[in-house]
Design a binder for this molecule. Structure first.
Ligand SMILES: Cc1cc2nc3c(=O)[nH]c(=O)nc-3n(C[C@H](O)[C@H](O)[C@H](O)COP(=O)(O)OP(=O)(O)OC[C@H]3O[C@@H](n4cnc5c(N)ncnc54)[C@H](O)[C@@H]3O)c2cc1C
Length: 503
């Protein structure tokens, strides 16, 4: 008899591996099939943000991942002579809003290795490498997936839900007959990864080289790894561009130090959004659901947000404590959010990819003028990627805080433990309140937040907000009570207990 898994996952790239770790943590029996035996040796993603690190915290792998990661400070847009046009500074400071530096560089094969090894903690998560999904069929009770191994042998498995985390050319998406909305960008870029041991480069800023003759990007990655990206010009052939002499000539214009070229490949940057992300028991996540140009380094981050958004909903539906309608909110929350980020990435791409000399002169002039006005300069400098909140979905209606990602300050508990807030929240719904609370059991942890200088109340659930960040955020959202979802988005912020307890 074929075993019945709670969830079958196709594809174990960064998104599949993250959702498998989340489902493992929830105790869900999960089969992960990955057609490759080895982890993809070529990095694509190179940057992730603070929310992504917070999700790695949720799967208990943040320490290992942080050790393989380096924070950076932001992005410099420079002209062809290297003169600064615009500085976008991620304002990490000593108290980052979500608990982690807002911008981090990493080496993708290393990240994926950590994510894969995290799965070994869960006996109920079965990772099978070298096994490709070929087709699936779903009925009322579940999904049957046909698999083929490296030896050509075919088999079937059955699960309650199927997640297509199988990347840009997703078989699952194609088999569902789901189209991609083209948001209008198909630009080939040459991506070159080098080792540069004697680098004297600024290691804290990505450099967007706004040269109309050849737009380019430089990313100082971890250790001695550096990435260069060059836009292909009309008529240039990918095969010609990856030839070693061509690659060396392009690098020579920018790099004086000796470099070891690890690889050069041409990628076409797209902006695509799957029309539907769910067909009954089957879901699309990550690149299977969306693709975006990497100008803000957000493609993988978006996929990892998909994973966090869906995993807790599936868990609750599988536990029988939420209706299947909760699963509809996956697409209604995530799709518009990704569309907004694609829009922002295209805007950044528009600044960088300007090719007409006249437009480039105008752009440079406007950016210089903006940087010359101190308040505008300060605003631009502190401009973060400003990832928006979620708009419509499973949230309290007409609520200022709902849909926003909860800040994550360092807090101290009454017994003297000091740690990031999430470690006190658990992995289910939680409530944070200021001041006293009714005695009723709301079926979730309730934490009483006190300010940096408040005396300790006689309450074992009190936590001290060390720098007042969360208290200030709650005040700005006119909330004395916050209900937090398992993915750390605020379900609702309330001024009094009436709406929360129904008294
Ligand atoms: C040049 C470049 C730079 C980028 N930079 C960034 C960045 O800095 N930051 C960022 O956040 N994002 C970035 N991205 C985007 C990021 O790389 C992707 O969004 C991310 O890798 C997608 O992860 P995924 O798990 O959805 O898909 P993938 O990484 O494509 O993984 C899909 C997996 O599914 C497997 N698979 C496919 N079909 C089957 C099947 N039938 N059966 C079993 N297994 C299957 C594949 O073998 C693969 O392992 C960049 C992309 C590019 C191209």
């Amino acid at each position: 008899m074929t075993p019945l898994y709670d969830v079958i996952l196709v594809g174990c790239g960064p998104v599949g591996a993250t959702v498998a770790n989340l489902l493992g943590g929830y105790g869900r029996s999960t089969l992960v099939v990955e057609k490759e035996i080895a982890i993809h040796p070529q990095p694509r993603a190179i940057h992730f943000d603070d929310e992504t690190m917070r999700i790695f915290q949720a799967i208990g792998l943040q320490r290992e991942i942080a050790a393989a990661t380096r924070p950076i400070l932001g992005m410099h847009f420079v002209d062809r002579q290297g003169r600064l046009l615009l500085e976008v500074r991620k304002n990490a400071g000593d108290h980052p809003l979500y608990g982690f530096p807002p911008a981090n560089v990493f080496y993708q094969p290393e990240l994926e290795t950590i994510l894969h090894s995290g799965l070994a903690r869960y006996p109920h998560v079965d990772l099978r490498l070298g096994l490709a999904a070929e087709s699936f069929a779903q009925d009322e009770g579940g999904v049957v997936v046909t698999l083929r191994g490296e030896n050509g042998k075919s088999s079937t498995v059955r699960g309650r839900y199927l997640l297509g985390c199988d990347g840009a050319s997703s078989l699952i998406r194609r088999q569902m007959g789901i189209g991609l909305t083209d948001l209008g960008l198909h630009q080939p870029w040459l991506v070159i990864d080098v080792r540069q041991p004697s680098s004297t480069d600024d290691l804290y800023f990505v450099r967007q080289i706004c040269d109309p003759a050849r737009p380019a990007t430089f990313v100082p990655s971890v250790g001695d790894r550096r990435r260069w990206e060059f836009m292909l010009l009309p008529g240039e052939s990918p095969t010609e561009m990856v030839r070693p002499e061509r690659v060396r000539a392009l690098l020579a214009a920018h790099v004086a130090d000796a470099v070891e070229i690890e690889r050069a490949a041409v990628y076409t940057f797209h902006a695509l959004l799957a029309d539907r992300w769910r067909d009954n028991r089957v879901f699309l996540l990550g690149d299977a659901a969306h693709q975006m140009p990497p100008f803000l380094g957000q493609g993988m981050c978006a996929g990892i947000r998909d994973a966090h958004n869906l995993a807790w909903k599936l868990d609750r539906v599988l536990r029988g404590i939420a209706p299947t309608a909760l699963l509809d909110t996956y697409q209604s929350e995530r799709r518009p959010h990704v569309a907004q980020i694609i829009h922002m990435a295209r805007l950044a791409g528009g600044i960088i990819q300007t090719r007409r000399r006249g437009s480039a002169i105008l752009r440079d002039g406007l950016l210089r003028a903006a940087m010359a006005i101190p308040p505008v300069r300060r605003w631009l400098r502190q401009l973060e990627t400003a990832v928006p909140g979620l708009q419509s979905g499973y949230f309290a209606p007409r609520n200022k805080a709902a849909g926003k990602l909860l800040p994550q300050p360092t807090v101290e508990s009454a017994d003297g433990r000091i740690d990031l807030l999430d470690t006190f929240l658990g992995d289910d719904f939680a409530l944070i309140h200021i001041g006293g609370a009714p005695q009723s059991d709301l079926g979730m942890p309730m934490l009483r937040l006190i300010g940096p200088r408040d005396p300790w109340p006689d309450a074992p659930n009190a936590i001290r907000d060390h720098n007042g960040q969360l208290s200030a955020w709650m005040a700005a959202h006119r909330a004395e009570i916050l209900i937090i979802r398992p993915d750390r988005y605020v379900f609702g912020g309330f001024g009094d207990w009436g709406l929360v307890t129904g008294d």
